[in-house]
Design a protein. Structure first.
Length: 289
């Protein structure tokens, strides 16, 4: 029996290594070829021949200073969209989850919660064209530009990210003792004060998890920014800028891959730092629900 268990563990380890290698291989190619010149990539895209740190610095300098890429402007746009969206999702998602969880026996709260859950299974491709048409019509009606603007795409991200945020936070809030809110109410605390002074600080672990998950998705998203901002507009996120860069330098793979690496590294670093917090928050939300 012990021999069989040991053999099973060995095979599971081998399978896990194969899966990890399969998943990480594209990233390996991006990192490796970012350290090469164009001729070295064409000659040996998988091997280490021609790779050097000095070439990597040269490629980074060429990308950052390229007038067609506008790296820092695209980086700032992505950062602004991501940060604003995450703040709004955390605050308003927490409010919605709190109200739903404290009224879970009422039909209207259950109906709203089911709408949030149902929206999670609808593919974005189904609603993307109606979304653009609706944003254009609403923008014309209110006299604001909902397309090709940071405010418009932030509004869209809050809509698409709200479902998962409410779902995870609702499960966590159900585990918070209601007696804390009763005590705050007896002390004269308003509902708004109860949420921001009592409930919201207790949500820190799970909000961290939701923020990181939403942040990785928003930062790396290409389809929604390309539809709402356009590839030829002034406002571009990093993924859209990388695509435009590919169009300008379709044969310069050293610059293309370096640009892609610069776009994905920030989220990889954040994920590696906070991966334990992500798992802890997801487990807390699931168990307490």
């Amino acid at each position: 029996m012990k021999v069989m268990k040991k053999s099973t563990k060995v095979w599971l380890t081998i399978v896990a290594i194969i899966i990890a290698a399969y998943v990480l291989f594209p990233f390996y190619l991006v990192v490796l070829n970012s350290c090469k010149a164009q001729t070295s990539i064409v000659a040996s895209p998988v091997g280490w021949g021609g790779a050097s740190f000095s070439q990597f610095k040269t490629n980074i300098s060429a990308v950052v200073n390229n007038s067609n890429f506008h790296f820092w402007y695209a980086f700032g746009t992505s950062a602004a969209i991501t940060i604003i969206s995450l703040i709004l999702l955390a605050v308003f998602g927490g409010m919605a989850a709190w109200v739903i969880s404290r009224n879970n026996k009422k039909k209207w709260a259950t109906a709203i919660y089911m709408v949030f859950i149902a929206s999670m299974i609808i593919p974005f491709q189904v609603v993307m064209l109606p979304l653009i048409s609706t944003f254009r019509d609403v923008g014309n009606f209110v006299g604001l530009s909902m397309l090709q603007s940071v405010s418009g795409i932030v509004f869209a991200y809050c809509g698409f990210g709200g479902a998962m945020t409410v779902f995870i936070l609702t499960g966590f809030i159900k585990g918070i003792p209601y007696e804390l809110e009763e005590a705050a109410s007896i002390d004269g605390c308003s509902p708004e004060g109860t949420f921001f002074r009592i409930i919201f600080p207790l949500l820190k672990p799970v909000i961290t998890t939701v923020t990181i998950l939403n942040g990785m998705w928003i930062w790396n998203d290409y389809l929604l920014p390309s539809l709402m901002l356009g590839q030829n507009g002034k406002v571009k996120t990093l993924p859209v800028a990388v695509q435009a860069f590919v169009g300008s330098y379709v044969k310069q793979w050293d610059l293309i891959l370096t640009a892609a690496l610069l776009a994905i590294v920030p989220m990889i670093v954040i994920f590696l730092i906070a991966q334990n917090q992500i798992m802890h928050g997801m487990v807390e939300g699931a168990v307490k629900g």
